[in-house]
Design a protein around this ligand. Sequence first.
Ligand code: DX5
Ligand code: ZN
Length: 211
Amino acid sequence: MAASVLASDFTNIAGEVRRIEAAGADWFHLDIMDGHFVDNISFGPAMVAAVKKCTALPVDVHLMIERPEHYFGRFQGADNITIHVEIAGDVAGTLRAIRASGRTAGLALSPDTPFEKVEPFLGGIDLLLVMTVRPGFGGQKFMPETLEKITAAAEWQRRHSREFLIEVDGGINTETAALAAGLGASVMVAGTSVFAAPDAAEAIRSLRVPS
Ligand code: DX5
Ligand code: ZN
C-alpha cells in the first residue's frame, strides 16, 4: 500500500508522514508534476527529501514531467522512480539510467494509452504503473476501462516468465483495490481514501485485504 502524499496536509508534512506510517502504509508515493506533461504543478525534489527524512519506508517517485532523463537524478531519497511511456524522450535509455543509478525503475501508462505501447519496455522494468485516472490531480473517479491493462500485463508476465510489480494509481478505495487486486495488481496507490479517512489504519487495512 503506497500512500500518495499529494493528499496530505502540506502544513504538517512530518506529522502526516508519521501518522500514515503508523497507520500501516508500506511505501510513500510522491507525484511530481511540472505543469507541462500534466496540467498541474505539485512539488519537487525538496519534498521528496523532506519525506525521506521522516520515514524509513521506501519512497516511490512518480514523474509526470517532461525530460525525466534530465531531472530524475535530482530526486535524492527516491527508491523507485517511475516515468511515463508518453514522454517525448528515450524511454528505454531513461529506464536503464534509473537502474544504473541504483534505484528501481517503473513505467507508467495513462488511461488513453494502449497496453501495446509499454510492451517493448517490459523486459527492463521493476514496476508497471497502470494509471486508473488521468494523471494530474488527486481525488478523481476510478476509470474501470483501465482494468483490462492489468489483465494484459499479468498475461504478458506469464507468457514471458518475467516479473515486475503491477501498481494502480487513481481513485483507489476498498472497492476499486479489490477489482485491481483480483486481476493481478499488487501495489495500491491511494491518496484521498487514506489521508482523508476518519481512521487511516482501517482504510489501509481495507485496501490490503479487500473485502
Ligand atoms: C494522480 C496521481 C495520484 C493521486 C492519487 O495524477 O498520480 O497518485 O495522488 O490520488 P487519489 O488516491 O486521491 O485518486
Ligand atoms: Zn501517482
